[in-house]
Design a protein around this ligand. Structure first.
Ligand SMILES: [Zn+2]
Length: 491
């Protein structure tokens, strides 16, 4: 599902933003060599129905008689400290062996692949699960990602950037895969596709600069700036701080240096707030020169944004101000990092691009952003939400929190409804239980079984969610279904 928020070129210190997930057409020239195939042994398990998950949990008493929130409506430090109580004994993950299924390739090359085959780097293994519209211009491969964990087994790894499109190249967990063009497809049987596993991302082409005038970005110039997210082009500058990096257009060196430190600070606070440790080896910010409408998107391994050159010129002078803000808040409101990092963390918890519980994810992103220091603009009431600057007007909560937005319920209604849901959840069940729910969901997405978020919440708190909250947010179990790993029954 597309997530969109617009950055209004504001003279205020904060930026309201837009995020837009776009599939950027890109391609590369590559040589082809045919690989002989071996027959895979098929092992089939079926999980036709969502598995009823039982966590071994010890319910945390609600609120413990404390006032959870301080005068600004933020969870107080005392209440936050109870998050540490929330150890959760999780069910064992399903052991799967994606490495034993299909043909898996661990070194760069050009390969003919079919469903069940994979490309890996020894830690992550990307499996090709489904070929869609192979004979058309919209050919795509749907993938699932697995990661080898400490016990030596591969488990499902949360990601929802799982679709490779043609002509396109995708970099995920340092694995660079390109789909070749249509002519190459058509010479192969219908169940096979030719791909290139590239050594590095450096060869990706920006098609808007292509001298052949093959404008794969068509009329949409916002798609013209796809670059390698962790390798600076000659017209870009990269700043690094441990596993964190930022890439900005040249001329914005000071901003890049400032933002990489703020990214680290915000990430550490996001981890502390959610009490989840991501197993991602790197995290970046990539800011590109783009159209007049700056957008920010939280992707799997990095936060991406773009803005017109005037935007970079304007914000070029903000480094010192941002550094000062970083001293006084857990995560200053810079490039919406506090919001977008939540997407990086909880990508799969609330479903995939195709089917996602829009309001719960966006609402959590805004709730965490607020708890980590950005001013809130929302008042939550029993019958709806209001803007703090217009408290007389109460707007209704959305009727289906899973979305999508519609004419009567624009996208921001989902952000504010979801924000109030998580606010009420913490108010009713404590912050400790919020962190337990996050840990339980993180465990769920590393497994391969489908689930209902509402089930996970109720198992974790050890009771039914109150009827008052269910009614207020029109929450129904079937809106919260997550099919976490499609096609995984083959393992
Ligand atoms: Zn968002």
């Amino acid at each position: 599902m597309k997530k969109k928020i617009l950055i209004f070129g504001s003279l205020f210190l904060f930026i309201v933003l837009a995020s837009l997930i776009v599939i950027n057409p890109e391609t590369i020239q590559g040589r082809f060599r045919r690989i002989s195939r071996t027959t895979a042994t098929q092992k089939v398990k079926t999980f036709s129905q969502p598995v009823d998950q039982k966590f071994d949990t010890m319910p945390i008493p609600s609120n413990l008689g404390l006032n959870l929130f301080d005068k600004d409506g933020r969870i107080s430090d005392t209440a936050r400290s109870f998050g540490k109580m929330s150890s959760l004994k999780l069910n064992k993950l399903t052991e799967i062996h994606p490495e034993d299924y299909g043909n898996n390739y661990y070194s760069p090359g050009t390969y003919v692949v079919e469903k069940g085959d994979g490309i890996g780097n020894g830690i992550f293994l990307i499996k090709f699960m489904e070929f869609k519209n192979k004979s058309s211009l919209n050919a795509q491969i749907r993938t699932e990602v697995f990661k080898k964990e400490k016990d030596g087994n591969y488990y499902h790894f949360p990601t929802n950037e799982y679709t490779l499109s043609m002509p396109n190249a995708n970099q995920l967990f340092d694995i660079n895969i390109e789909l070749l063009d249509r002519a190459d497809y058509l010479e192969l049987p219908s169940d096979q596709i030719k791909i290139i596993y590239h050594q590095s991302c450096q060869t990706f082409i920006d098609y808007c600069d292509d001298e052949t005038h093959q404008m794969y970005a068509w009329e949409d110039t916002t798609q013209c700036n796809k670059r390698c997210p962790f390798t600076a082009n000659t017209d870009q500058y990269q700043a690094k701080n441990g596993k964190y990096s930022t890439i900005f257009p040249e001329g914005s060196e000071e901003l890049a240096d400032t933002v990489v430190d703020i990214l680290k600070q915000c990430d550490e606070n996001t981890e502390d707030f959610l009490k989840i440790k991501l197993e991602k080896p790197r995290l970046g910010v990539q800011m590109l020169l783009g159209s007049d409408n700056p957008t920010m998107t939280g992707l799997d391994e990095y936060i991406s944004g773009q803005g017109a050159s005037s935007w970079f010129e304007y914000f070029g002078g903000f480094s010192n101000q941002w550094k000062e803000q970083a001293k006084t808040t857990k995560c200053p409101n810079v490039l919406e990092l506090g919001h977008e990092l939540i997407h990086v963390y909880v990508k799969d918890f609330f479903g995939t691009e195709e089917q996602n519980i829009y309001g719960l994810e966006e609402g959590l992103a805004n709730f965490a952003r607020y708890q980590n220091g950005v001013d809130s603009e929302i008042i939550c009431r029993p019958d709806g939400w209001s803007y703090t600057y217009n408290p007389e007007t109460t707007n209704p909560y959305v009727t289906d929190i899973s979305g999508p937005p519609n004419a009567n319920e624009p996208y921001y209604y989902f952000y504010h409804t979801g924000y109030c849901f998580w606010h009420d959840f913490v108010n009713e069940y404590s912050y400790g239980n919020l962190t337990k729910v996050m840990q339980a969901l993180y465990q769920q997405v590393r497994d391969i079984k489908s689930y209902y978020v509402l089930d996970v919440i109720e198992h974790t708190i050890g009771e039914k969610l109150s009827q008052e909250i269910l009614d207020r947010y029109s929450l129904e179990k079937n809106q919260t279904f997550v099919d976490v790993c499609k096609g995984c029954e083959i393992f």
